[in-house]
Every structure is written in C-alpha cells, then in structure tokens.
Write a new protein. Sequence first.
Length: 485
Amino acid sequence: MEAQQIKRTTAKSRGFYVKMKLLQQQNGKHGRPHEKSCFFRYYKWLLWLSLTLYFFSPYLLTTTTTTTTNDDDSKNDNKNNINPTFLSKTRVVSSSKSTFASRALIESTASDSRLQQPLHDQEGVLSLSKDLKIYVYELPPEYNADWLNNERCSNHLFASEVAIHRALLTSDVRTFDPYEADFFFVPVYVSCNFSTVNGFPAIGHARSLLSSAVQLISSDYPFWNRSLGSDHVFVASHDFGACFHTMENVAIADGIPGFLKRSIILQTFGVQGKHPCQDVENVLIPPYVSPESVRTTLERAPANGRRDIFAFFRGKMEVHPKNVSGRFYSKRVRTAIWRKYGGDRKFYLQRHRFAGYQSEIVRSVFCLCPLGWAPWSPRLVESVVLGCVPVIIADDIRLPFPEAVRWPEISLTVAERDVGKLGMILEHVAATNLTAIQKNLMDPFVRRALLFNNQIEQGDATWQVLSALAIKLNRSYIRSRDSTQ
Ligand SMILES: *[C@@H]1O[C@H](CO)[C@@H](O)[C@H](O)[C@H]1NC(C)=O
Ligand SMILES: *[C@@H]1O[C@H](CO)[C@@H](O)[C@H](O)[C@H]1NC(C)=O
Ligand SMILES: *[C@@H]1O[C@H](CO)[C@@H](O)[C@H](O)[C@H]1NC(C)=O
Ligand SMILES: *[C@@H]1O[C@H](CO)[C@@H](O)[C@H](O)[C@H]1NC(C)=O
Ligand SMILES: *[C@@H]1O[C@H](CO)[C@@H](O)[C@H](O)[C@H]1NC(C)=O
C-alpha cells in the first residue's frame, strides 16, 4: 500500500525511482548482497575511475554522472531521473565518491590542528559526519525556485534558506535514496516575498507555505509520518525563528506552528534560557552575508589595513522610539547610543542606509552590534569577517557555532544597561587587550565558519550545520544501522 501512495509523487520519474527503491526494500536483505556481488567487479574499477575523476576533474565527474542519466527533463538538475538500468552503477559511483570525500575531510581535518581543536571535545563527530546522509526533497518551484526570480532572494539577510539548500544539493552528504537518509531537508523559501511598500520581507505567508509543503511531502512520501517529522530539517532565518513574526509579542502569541514542533529548525534567533520561539530542536545559524560582497570589500581594503574609525554603527537609531504595543525598538538601546555618543568625535554613527557600509566596517576598530527587534543582527557576521571587533549589546543573546567560534575571545559584550558607559569601556579595551582580541579575530577558521558558500567548503557555515546535525544523530541508531549492513 505504501507503494500506491508513493506513486502519487508529482514528478513521474521520481515516483518510479522511489517505487523501485521500495520494492527493493520489500525484497529485504536478499536484495542487497545480490546487488553487491553483481557489481563488485565493477566496483573496484568504478572506485578507481571516480577517484581519478575526483582528483583530476570534479567537472568531468559531474558530467560523467549526468551522461548516464536518461533525462528528458534536464532542468531537474539531479540524478533522481536516472534510468533504472543504470541505477545501481550510478549509486556505486556516487557513494564511493562520498565515502572518499568524507575520509579526505577527516584526514585533512586531523592534520590541521586549528580545525581539530574546536571539534576535539566532541568525540566521534567526524566519524558521524562520515555517515551523515541527507535527503533533499524536490518540491514544486512555487516553494523555492520561483522566488529566485527576484535576485535579492539569494543574497539578503535571510538568504541562508537558499544558501543551505544550494550547498546541500551538491554536497557529499546528499543521498538520492531516502531510505538511507538520516535527515530530510525541506527546502521552502519563506523570506523572499518582499513588501512593495518598504522592501522588507513579508513573512505573513510563511506558515501557510510551510504547512502546504508538509502536507505535500507527508502525503507523497512515507517519511514524514514515519517520524512525525522529527528527522526533517527546516530553515527559519528571520527574526524570531519558527514563530514567523517580526514582533516578539506576536511571535510568542502565535508560537511555533504545531506541525513543526517535532522537527529540527535551523534558526538565526537564539537566546539563553527558555523562549517559546526556540522551544524546538534547533541549530543556531549565523545570518546570511554574501561571501562575494565580503571578498569584494576586502579586495579594496584588506582586513589588516589602517582603521581610522574608532567605533562604528550605521542603522536605525530612533531619537524618540515609538511604543509598539508596549515595546520600544532595540529596547531603546540604540536611542541611548545616539543621544550619548551622537556628538562624540570617536563615534561614527550614521542613521541612514548606505550600500557601501562594508567599506566603513573594514575601516573601523569597534563595530557596535546592538539588538533591533530581535537580539541578533547581520553586523555580528559582517564585523567578524571584516576584522572589526563586534561589540555585542543584546542581553542573553545566544551566538551561533560556539564550538567553532570562540565568541568571548573575538568580541566584546556590553550589557544593555551599561550602554551609557560604552565610551569608557571601549577606551579601556583599546588600552589593554584590544591587540589580543584583534589577533584572535584574524583567525581564518573563525571567519570561514560564519559564511555560507554555494558549495560547501570545509569549516564554512553549512559545514558547521552538518557537524551539528551529526552530533544530534542518535549514535546507537547509527551503530545499529551499520551493524546490519
Ligand atoms: C506576499 O505578501 C503579501 C503581503 O505583503 C501577500 O498579500 C501575498 O499573498 C504574499 N504572496 C504570496 C505568494 O504568498
Ligand atoms: C500520513 O498521515 C496523514 C494523516 O494521518 C495521511 O493523510 C497521509 O495519507 C499519510 N501519508 C502516507 C504516505 O501514508
Ligand atoms: C506603552 O503602551 C502601552 C499600551 O500599548 C501602555 O500600556 C504602556 O504603559 C506604554 N509604555 C510606556 C513606557 O509608555
Ligand atoms: C578584554 O578586556 C575586557 C574588559 O576588561 C574583558 O571584558 C574581555 O573579556 C577581554 N577580552 C579578552 C579576549 O581578553
Ligand atoms: C536512540 O535509538 C535507539 C534505537 O533505535 C532507541 O531505542 C532510543 O530510544 C533512541 N534514543 C533517543 C534519545 O532518541
């Protein structure tokens, strides 16, 4: 009966593929060894071939794999439409490649002491990531690809929902066999409905879009029902995570939609302690900053160049913040900064938007990162990657990837109530440990961890997410899976 339901998948060829897999599974343990012995002779040869290709031409490898597909719908850029007769061969190629690649990852990681250190405490992380397999759902374009018609969709503040999806599509942890997947990634872009009035992302439709995606995958595939979504991964990259609202009180009142409560949410929102909008299995991720924009800025002015601005902030600073249902923007912290330091020569404070603001960050010693409506801001990432010491003014903020990025060593934290003493605090640091902080900030490992690349790079933000997911994997489950193979 499951096969019947599977047949209803939207893409015909995928439906067929999944059905094939299902039949294979139903044949149980007899299917696999037979398949293995059949292709064992080819295996060595294919392993050799794929290693060669892997070394000498990643491009060729992709092309080779693609040419074995019998694919009349070539814009579906993947191997799901593989002609069934080539299925096993192709799977051997791709799995040997992924095994090799993760070994390579482990070896190079072990030989790089800088990388080894942050992961040292988490015994087994690396061997887990070797086994990590993620199935990426293919959803109709209205859930994701259509939104890319607006170029901003893939490079604005919330674009990690796009970047993580892209990185997974070409990554070694991706599996095309949902039955061997540890996690299921549901690629829905909810942040790209930009308001025609102010250009901000309107996320009012997020809940219904996600709910309809869950409806679709839970009726077309058996995996959602199997786990009630607990091995399914979503990105919620805006202000208050899976609560999908920019105002905290409304976000809390709305709460996390029931259908997401058992899933894993990759979210930028994080605070210490309990909060209704992080009361879900989650991985804290950095806000999206385009690696290209950073590269361009650093080509014009290197991070180790002259810094003639002592303290920098550009952004919304209301002189008289409005009382919005009992709350004030930035809890009036930005107002206090503006009032106290607006006329201070050492503070370069700007209230208007300026597209070239990264060139100002790279000229600054301290970059203020006060809360907005939510505690986090893109300044956290931009400061670090451009070598400006982030001054975090957001009580109780929880910061991304604390194992990889030792925030206390590369940033300053100033309590919201101490914002009036900011000048004194910064002067004191400048006279004492500024050089030490700046030195820590130059660590390339730290900067790499905060940027999402279109293709996963070792140690980058998506890599950190995968590492966090690997830790979440139930180890005994992994072990039992391995022992039955
Ligand atoms: C985009 O947001 C507007 C409100 O700002 C809403 O009316 C519209 O339905 C949304 N579009 C989609 C496709 O959800
Ligand atoms: C999953 O459960 C829902 C609700 O119980 C049901 O409508 C749907 O058909 C189920 N999906 C599968 C693939 O069995
Ligand atoms: C803010 O407005 C609310 C009503 O929306 C009111 O109860 C509260 O006293 C106001 N707070 C301040 C500090 O003005
Ligand atoms: C630098 O000094 C400040 C103020 O004394 C202190 O809060 C901070 O932890 C120090 N940072 C480092 C990395 O030493
Ligand atoms: C881990 O997996 C085992 C075997 O599948 C299961 O019995 C156990 O309850 C799981 N533990 C957790 C914390 O999910």
